[in-house]
Design a protein around this ligand. Structure first.
Ligand code: FEO
Length: 171
């Protein structure tokens, strides 16, 4: 059985992961309209991943005798001034998710809830990987710079990263 406090906090996390899924879906649509095929594929995959993160908590909460709530999700932005700004926003959002996960870990210590503490370790590792990935992308965008064909090269770079991630998942 899970405590009411933990249940409410996990429902908040469901909402945050759900918003991330919608945010990245919105980014996929913007990238598509900008003709950035690699970025579009990348953001669609990220959106699916976030949905999976949301569902993982959803199932866990019900398994533990709690009640997972389908969240109300606010509408994300639809436009970004540059692809660089879009990835800066992704990185900022991932940092926010990491902070939320760490708060949940702290709460599970306080509640002596070792089952949830153990469950959350997967998210701790996942957030470390996601933040590293987003920092790598921002570094590459900076390296490519803003010359005449930079968008083309940025898109190819993101496509390569996306293909490697998809391949690693399939193995
Ligand atoms: Fe599930 Fe990337 O936060």
């Amino acid at each position: 059985m899970i405590s009411k406090r933990m249940e409410e906090a996990l429902n908040e996390q469901i909402k945050l992961e759900g918003f991330a899924s919608y945010l990245y879906l919105s980014m996929a649509s913007w990238c598509d309209r900008e003709g950035l095929e690699g970025c579009t594929q990348f953001m669609h995959r990220q959106s699916e991943e976030e949905r999976a993160h949301m569902l993982r908590i959803f199932h866990y909460l019900n398994e533990m005798g709690g009640h997972a709530l389908t969240p109300e999700i606010k509408q994300p932005p639809h436009e970004w001034p540059t692809v660089q700004q879009m990835f800066k926003d992704v990185y900022a959002h991932e940092q926010k998710v990491t902070a939320a996960i760490h708060k949940l870990v702290q709460m599970s210590y306080e509640e002596h809830d070792h089952t949830t503490l153990n469950f959350l370790q997967w998210y701790v590792e996942e957030q470390r990987e996601e933040e590293t990935l987003m920092r790598t992308i921002l570094d590459r965008i900076n390296l490519i710079g803003d010359g005449p064909q930079s968008l083309y090269f940025i898109d190819k770079e993101i496509q390569g990263i996306n293909n490697s991630a998809a391949k690693a998942e399939a193995e």
